[in-house]
Design a protein around this ligand. Structure first.
Ligand SMILES: [Cu+2]
Length: 348
């Protein structure tokens, strides 16, 4: 695919090529909100949606990726917090994790495979969750065919920084290393591979969230959801072709997140995006409190839209007053049309 082949052209090409594939399993077709209503009928699990069409008449997709073959389902990743193998040593909580870097083909859109690099076979990698002051040990084995690392955001020693030239540096295929540090400061952080070229190693899928709860915990809520925003550069031209939360474009548009009127909801939102500087999150028909990086218990803002540059993250808290189906999506509208869009299904 040539360098000048734009993402729009890619999208059109995808529509053209996939539209000719027969059979239910392979009937993945990108549909255009303006004039392709028949294509959008009958797909997905919710007739209210008119297939996969969002209320804005946005671009959607017909068909479903094979979550089982992928080894993860974004609906599960929302609440899949990994507390590790827990032990207590001299009064300190120790959390051990096993991380393996593996090459894996992920079906990111129906019929479209992405040759990903993953931590533990999923995108994003495990959502590490711990409490401030815990000792974290990540036993990392590189089972892939490229050198990788794990670089954690947070406070730690030079040896544990997970970059070339520090401590063990690059972990070669077949080799392993244990990253070890105390979890600080409390907040919402991330980890990712720091081998070069960095953007490529991250965009191939080597990233995940690292949540450090404050010692007394955050105020109690009814739901906590993790959302990792990112993009997919499917043709490796350093430009994203799809955008998504938790690995699969359009997933929460096809599978809305169920909550109830009056529920307190907390979203741990991380921007893992490469190749585009800014990402954003907009919630419909509501406002939310925003806690940048989650390092303070006092919100900085009461708003309905925030932006995050690369590696920025924060906590979002809200309660719906009215029932119905409400969108959340990037307010970079092009990102929304290329997959970064979803719905909350709010019931009484
Ligand atoms: Cu890497």
């Amino acid at each position: 695919m040539s360098k000048n082949f734009s993402r729009r052209e890619f999208l059109k090409a995808a529509i053209a090529s996939l539209g000719t594939i027969g059979g239910a399993a392979a009937s993945a077709r990108l549909v255009d909100g303006a004039g392709a209503a028949p294509l959008a009928q009958g797909g997905g699990d919710d007739p209210d949606m008119g297939g996969m069409m969002g209320p804005h008449g946005m671009v959607g997709v017909v068909g479903e990726v094979d979550h089982e073959a992928n080894g993860f389902n974004p609906s599960d990743l929302l609440t899949d917090f990994d507390y590790g193998e827990v032990s207590v040593v001299n009064g300190q909580t120790v959390r051990d994790y096993e991380f393996v870097a593996i090459n894996k083909s992920i079906e990111v859109m129906p019929g479209i495979e992405f040759p990903a690099w993953t931590y533990n076979g999923r995108i994003p990698g495990p959502t590490i969750r711990c409490t401030e002051g815990d000792l974290i040990r990540i036993n990392f084995f590189n089972g892939s065919d490229h050198p990788h690392t794990i670089h954690f955001h947070g406070i730690h020693t030079h040896e544990m920084d997970g970059v070339p030239g520090a401590g063990p540096g690059l972990i070669q295929p077949g080799e392993s290393f244990t990253y070890e540090f105390e979890a600080e400061p409390f907040g919402l952080h991330l980890y990712h591979c720091h081998a070069f070229p960095l953007a490529r190693h991250i965009a191939k899928g080597l990233y995940g969230a690292f949540i450090v709860d404050p010692k007394g915990g955050w105020p109690k809520v009814d739901h906590e959801f993790f959302m990792g925003m990112a993009g997919i550069d499917i043709d490796f031209d350093d430009e994203n072709d799809f955008y998504m939360v938790n690995g699969i474009p359009f997933h929460y548009q096809m599978h809305p997140i169920d909550i109830k009127v009056g529920d307190k909801v907390r979203v741990f939102l991380v921007n893992f995006l490469e190749f585009d500087l800014i990402n954003s999150f907009h919630l419909h028909a509501n406002f939310f409190h925003y806690y940048p990086t989650g390092t303070s218990l006092t919100p900085s803002e009461f708003t309905d839209t925030i932006m995050q540059t690369q590696a920025q993250r924060g906590l979002i808290e809200f309660t719906f007053k009215h029932p119905g189906r409400f969108m959340f999506h990037a307010h970079n509208t092009e990102f929304a049309e290329l997959g970064w869009t979803g719905n909350f299904n709010v019931t009484e």
